[in-house]
Design a binder for this molecule. Structure first.
Ligand SMILES: NC(=O)c1ccc[n+]([C@@H]2O[C@H](COP(=O)([O-])OP(=O)(O)OC[C@H]3O[C@@H](n4cnc5c(N)ncnc54)[C@H](OP(=O)(O)O)[C@@H]3O)[C@@H](O)[C@H]2O)c1
Length: 298
């Protein structure tokens, strides 16, 4: 396993229980592998149980005594999130941490979530928002840590756009906007929360399936060329996910924005910063108003 030395130096999390969304692929997979290596139990929250099972078997080859539980979780479907949270509440009385990792980039045109929202915004932002709202009592009771995975693109998002206008953005811009909203949410929840510590991480740019998944709307030559470009020129997910590992293990709750330390934060081992400036507006109220307008009183 790569970066074993870095992992070994992180605080022990042996016996703790973490949820990772989108645990079957890319950063979620590497995060799960590293948590298992650190002897934590991981709840793999995945929409495709077969893919999750394959990922679990692969992890077990590296960490023979890994404690991994697979739960079905579709972040693009509020009912699925409800079911997931009910199951977690029934089976676990304590959760040490949640990594909000699952996400999509540039899906096929006009794709919607099961609840009728634009797919990128509905999955990346609204699904995460809904999960955090529903699972909050358990997280508060557990004094858990939450890691929200954002992206470099969040910093360049159109900050004047209101949540109600998200669908006016193109498929590329809406990805950055969904991450911008997640960053704002992370900051706001951290300010408001009594017991939960919220961390914002971004992995830089790394090699995953993000531009080559079944859902991508990128032309196939761009998807393939981009995929190989990522494999050759940017850092591997096993280095990129250390940002989330550091967040889950650190006892320093002052600097809660963790990103790669290399030039332009594109790659490198993690470094800790204060929350970025772009995440300082009220976002919960705006999201509730939007959902109410869509007749989704949740
Ligand atoms: N790769 C990068 O350079 C980069 C940079 C910045 C931020 N990020 C962020 O990192 C996170 C992980 O992405 P990745 O790069 O590791 O890509 P990835 O390999 O494509 O992994 C994405 C994961 O999210 C899951 N997912 C997508 N839609 C879902 C849904 N509706 N319900 C549940 N799970 C869902 C996928 O499941 P399936 O396998 O079933 O599709 C997969 O497990 C994302 O939030 C992404 O925005 C990535």
């Amino acid at each position: 396993m790569k970066y074993k030395k870095y992992l070994d130096k992180l605080e022990s999390i042996e016996g703790k229980t973490f949820i990772v969304t989108g645990a079957n692929s890319g950063l979620g997979y590497q995060t799960t592998l590293d948590l298992a290596y650190k002897k934590a139990r991981v709840i793999m929250a995945c929409r495709n149980v077969d893919k999750a099972q394959l990922a679990k078997e692969k992890i077990l080859l590296e960490v023979k005594d890994a404690k991994l539980d697979i739960y079905r979780y579709d972040q693009g479907n509020f009912k699925s999130i409800d079911k997931f949270v009910n199951e977690i509440n029934n089976n676990f009385s304590h959760i040490d941490g949640l990594v909000c990792n699952a996400g999509v980039y540039y899906p096929k045109a006009n794709y919607k979530t099961a609840d009728g929202f634009e797919l990128t915004f509905g999955t990346n932002y609204l699904g995460t928002y809904y999960l955090l709202k529903k699972i909050n009592p358990l997280l508060e009771k557990s004094k858990a840590k939450v890691v929200i995975v954002t992206s470099l693109t969040g910093a360049f998002a159109s900050k004047k756009t209101k949540i109600k206008d998200n669908e006016k953005l193109g498929r590329n811009k809406i990805y950055g906007y969904s991450k911008y909203c997640l960053s704002r949410l992370c900051y706001e929840l951290d300010q408001k929360s009594e017991n939960v510590e919220y961390f914002l991480t971004h992995p830089g740019i790394c090699q995953t399936n993000i531009i080559s998944s079944d859902q991508t709307g990128l032309p196939s030559f761009i998807s393939k060329a981009g995929h190989y470009f990522l494999y050759i020129f940017v850092h591997h997910a096993n280095k990129a996910c250390l940002t989330s590992l550091l967040a889950l293990t650190t006892k320093d709750n002052q600097k809660k924005f963790i990103k790669p330390r290399g030039p332009f934060a594109i790659s490198g081992l993690p470094t800790r910063k204060k929350f970025p400036k772009y995440s300082n507006k009220e976002v919960v109220e705006e999201t509730e108003e939007y959902l109410k307008g869509k007749q989704k009183n949740l």
